[in-house]
Write a protein that binds this ligand. Structure first.
Ligand code: TRP
Length: 443
């Protein structure tokens, strides 16, 4: 298949924006703050940053490199590099992960859209702060409303992806990413001037290692994978549209920095407001959908703030969902020569259907998330690291790594990380997860 039919980014900026858009999502604004809140504040953030540096950035480089060198989806990339080997299975696992993750991701993004709508129309803020728990339970108990928003969200995602790499994905990222940063800054202005700001900052910046524990460390690694869109070939796919001869490392640092920045900023928006109104910072997954709206309801300009926040969440989710769908679409386009629109609508439709149980069946969403975040992504990431570190020969790796501004010392450091550090970290965590899994379910 000709590359011109696959499409490509207009340049380096387009690629970095789209990849940052993939990384910045529900993981940053929804999960990162609640996980930080319930795992010892800055203690969690420190461990998280260490994983980003040692595992995250090297694996972004590995994925982008595999994509750029082969110009293929994850399955095609491994096939071209090692034809007839078992490595293709890693690509298949990645495409399957795209299905699984986007299925429930669309449901949660649908909640964000529902809240955005309810905030803008005033319906949400008509309730008192005490009512916010109820408001969330009402949404959870209404499968039609959930599936309706999920369908709307998947529809927008599919339309963008069907328009192509530059005209669809890149163009959407160039509008949504600046909007996202703008929204965060406006919200930050409100939160940092609220009375609870010092307490909120202290909560985020004070490490409480006794609250971290081993499960917190596990959560930090899972969070790094999920937030940086790693372990399933999303970055392979985005790298496959890269033509410019830029240093991949520099892009990887930019992507990781933007992603981390937005996660911390989300925390800086949320915790001061939570403390201003004496709410519970360690509320878990309900932090954004229950605790935060309680704070909004007690503030002046509550509708405005709440609409802004849930618009932020929706925009962030959209650029991420686009990248998840793109992995599956690139697979159909490359491997079966489907047209992009056909691949987009078929994949978008199937993933929507697969997501319905997450909206309707209690516990299903968490099970899908556990499957993807605890198993599929780390296993995928482990093998992508091993492939880049051990299977690729020195010259192959050097050629793939090379770009304007890349150095030999950087290459050596990267190769060390993908050879030893990343597989060791992921391996230990996987073994631990396995032990826990056997203990919990084995008897
Ligand atoms: N990184 C996104 C987030 O934080 C989610 C995401 C998009 C993702 N693409 C991915 C996660 C690929 C894993 C793999 O919300």
């Amino acid at each position: 298949m000709k590359d011109s039919a696959r499409g490509s980014w207009s340049g380096h900026v387009g690629f970095v924006l789209a990849a940052a858009g993939s990384a910045i999502g529900l993981g940053n604004i929804w999960m990162f703050p609640y996980r930080t809140g319930s795992n010892g504040g800055a203690a969690f953030v420190f461990v998280y940053l260490a994983f980003v540096a040692v595992v995250g950035i090297p694996l972004i480089v590995a994925e982008v490199m595999l994509g750029r060198a082969t110009r293929r989806n994850p399955v095609g990339a491994f096939r071209i590099l090692r034809p007839g080997s078992g490595w293709q299975i890693v690509g298949w696992l990645g495409v399957a992960s795209g299905f699984v993750i986007l299925s429930y991701y669309g449901v949660v993004a649908g909640w964000a859209m529902d809240y955005m709508w309810a905030s803008a129309s005033g319906a949400l803020m008509a309730g008192t702060a005490q009512r916010m728990t109820e408001a969330f339970d009402v949404l959870m108990g209404d499968p039609y409303r959930q599936v309706g928003w999920q369908a709307a969200f998947m529809l927008v995602t599919t339309v963008v992806v069907s328009r192509g790499v530059e005209a669809g994905i890149e163009r959407a990222s160039k509008v949504l990413m600046p909007a996202l940063f703008g929204l965060v800054l406006v919200l930050l202005g409100f939160s940092l001037t609220s009375p609870g700001a010092p307490e909120g900052l202290a909560f985020l910046l004070n490490p409480r290692f006794d609250e971290l524990g081993w499960s917190g460390v596990l959560a930090a690694l899972g969070q790094a994978f999920f937030s940086l869109s790693l372990g399933m070939g999303a970055m392979i796919t985005y790298g496959s549209y890269l033509e410019v001869d830029q240093s991949i490392v520099r892009s990887a640092f930019l992507i990781a920095a933007a992603d981390t920045c937005l996660a911390v900023l989300a925390g800086l928006v949320i915790f001061p407001l939570v403390f201003t109104f004496g709410l519970e910072p360690g509320a878990g997954p309900g932090l954004v959908f229950i605790t935060l709206p309680k704070a909004f309801a007690l503030m002046p300009a509550s509708s405005f703030l709440s609409t802004g926040f849930f618009a932020l969440l929706t925009f962030a989710a959209l650029t991420s969902a686009i990248s998840l769908l793109e992995v599956v679409v690139a697979f159909f386009v490359d491997e079966f020569q489907w047209s992009r629109p056909q691949a987009s609508w078929v994949a978008g439709g199937l993933i929507f259907a697969l997501g319905v149980p997450s909206a309707v069946v209690g516990g299903f969403l968490d099970a899908m998330d556990g499957l993807a975040s605890d198993w599929m992504l780390p296993i995928g990431g482990l093998f992508i690291g091993l492939f880049a570190g051990w299977t690729l020969g020195g010259d192959e790796a050097r050629n793939g790594y090379r770009g304007k501004g890349s150095s030999l010392a950087g290459f050596a450091a990267w190769r060390f990380c993908v050879r030893y550090a990343a597989p060791a970290a992921v391996g230990i965590i996987l073994v631990q997860s396995l032990v826990r899994f056997v203990r919990d379910f084995g008897g």
